[in-house]
Design a protein around this ligand. Structure first.
Ligand code: ZN
Ligand code: ZN
Length: 272
């Protein structure tokens, strides 16, 4: 036992608090400093519940070396519940899907700001293949929440991505931080009550000839809402920079905050 370690004198709550700020590579470096530190950390499961990767001051080889140390035998792989890998936008960095498959108890995944590496289409295809080949069983993963937004995201198939995630999750639903924009707000015309009197007058005059012309206009009206009104993506956590109100549509469909009227900027302006 290393008598010199300050950690011998600290309560475990304080140790946990200190380590909650550290990325996983730093934690393993500390673990390797002496046998006492190793014993200490491996006996605190809470330390391993939240795994944080940082995009700087870390070699990719170190990331893979650290991932290999999470094994069934040392139970570390089962302790992991949350993974944060925001801004790790390198083609050499392991994909969030690797985390999804490696850690069976993972319920929260955050891989935001990975502009070049994020493709919902590719991930959807990969997950479908894994499901088809039996590498992932239906409703087998504990994933509940995945934050995947980056400010340049547009025209991605969020619906397809979410449906494959729902198919593999045990809870039956994964909450994403993105959604399809519902499209511009269509204000209902207030002149809807007047039409009924006009139709009654037309039905009295032409009783048989009116039904055939009325049918063609109603059928295109019912098909209109099924087509997407907007293909942009909305970050569900977006707040107005002036009044903090939530925004549920993209800045192109609703150009001003509906609470305070402040002009909205494109997401890549807000996230610089
Ligand atoms: Zn506002
Ligand atoms: Zn929109």
């Amino acid at each position: 036992i290393n008598q010199l370690s300050v950690f011998t004198k600290l309560p475990s709550e304080l140790i946990l608090d200190i380590f909650s700020y550290l990325d996983i590579v730093t934690i393993f470096r500390f673990l390797d400093t002496c046998r006492y530190h190793r014993y200490l950390l491996l006996n605190l499961p809470e330390i391993w519940q939240r795994v944080r990767f940082i995009p700087f001051r870390t070699l990719i080889s170190e990331i893979y070396a650290v991932l290999r140390r999470f094994r069934k035998e040392n139970r570390l792989v089962d302790f992991v519940r949350e993974i944060y890998m925001d801004s790790t936008d390198s083609q050499h960095f392991p994909s969030p899907l690797v985390m999804l498959i490696k850690f069976p108890n993972l319920h929260t995944l955050s891989s935001r700001y990975r502009r070049n590496q994020t493709s919902l289409t590719t991930d959807t295809h990969t997950l479908k293949d894994l499901l088809r080949n039996g590498d992932i069983l239906p409703h087998s993963l504990k994933l509940r929440k995945w934050d995947i937004f980056h400010p340049y995201m547009t025209k991605e198939d969020v619906v397809g991505f979410k449906s494959i995630l729902d198919a593999i999750s045990t809870v039956g639903g994964v909450v994403l931080d993105i959604k399809m924009c519902p499209g511009p707000i269509i204000y209902e015309p207030t002149s809807t009550p007047p039409p009924p009197p006009t139709t009654t007058t037309t039905t009295t005059t032409t009783t048989i000839t009116t039904p055939p012309p009325q049918d063609p206009p109603t059928s295109p009206q019912t098909t209109q809402p099924t087509q997407p009104a907007c293909t942009n993506i909305v970050w569900t956590l977006e707040k107005c920079r002036v009044c903090d109100a939530s925004q549920d549509r993209c800045y192109r469909c609703v150009g001003q905050c509906r609470s305070c009227g402040a002009v909205r900027a494109p997401p890549f302006i807000n996230h610089q």
